[in-house]
Design a protein around this ligand. Structure first.
Ligand SMILES: [Cu+2]
Length: 139
C-alpha cells in the first residue's frame, strides 16, 4: 500500500511538472530570440570572430568596431556570392553596417535569413580578396 501511495504521488507530481513546463514552452515560441555580437575589423583583413552562429528567426544585432586605420564594413551575403565583386546592394536582410571609419563603430539590426551558411564580407576594394570574410551560420 505504501508503494502504491508513493507511485501515485510521483505520477501526480509528474503531471503537475508537465503542465508547468508546457506553459513555459508556449511563452518561448512567442518570444523573439535576440542575439547581439561585437565584431571587430582589422587592417590585416580579418574579422574577429570569423564565424557567427545564430538561431533561425533571430533578431541579430551586429556592433561592428573598426580597430584599424583603414575604412572597413560588414555585410551579409549568400554563401554562393563572389566575395571579390559583392557590393552593399548585395546585402541580405538589410544586413549592412555601412562604411565605418578608423576607430569608429557601426551597428545594424536585422532578422536572420533562413537556415544555412552565409558569408560576412568587408566590401572595401581588395579587403575580401585579402581574407576579410567569415561564415555566418543560421541553425
Ligand atoms: Cu575591410
Amino acid at each position: 500500500m505504501k508503494r502504491f501511495i508513493l507511485l501515485a504521488t510521483v505520477l501526480a507530481m509528474s503531471a503537475v511538472l508537465l503542465i508547468a513546463c508546457g506553459g513555459g514552452a508556449a511563452e518561448e515560441v512567442a518570444e523573439t530570440i535576440t542575439e547581439t555580437f561585437t565584431v571587430t575589423g582589422y587592417d590585416e583583413f580579418r574579422f574577429d570572430p570569423e564565424t557567427l552562429t545564430v538561431q533561425n528567426g533571430s533578431e541579430v544585432t551586429i556592433n561592428f568596431v573598426n580597430a584599424g586605420v583603414l575604412e572597413h564594413n560588414w555585410i551579409l551575403v549568400s554563401d554562393t556570392a563572389d566575395v571579390s565583386s559583392v557590393t552593399d546592394v548585395d546585402a541580405l536582410s538589410g544586413a549592412n553596417v555601412g562604411f565605418v571609419q578608423a576607430g569608429e563603430e557601426g551597428s545594424i539590426t536585422f532578422f536572420a535569413p533562413g537556415p544555412g551558411t552565409y558569408k560576412m564580407v568587408c566590401t572595401v576594394a581588395g579587403h575580401a580578396d585579402g581574407g576579410m570574410v567569415g561564415d555566418f551560420i543560421v541553425e
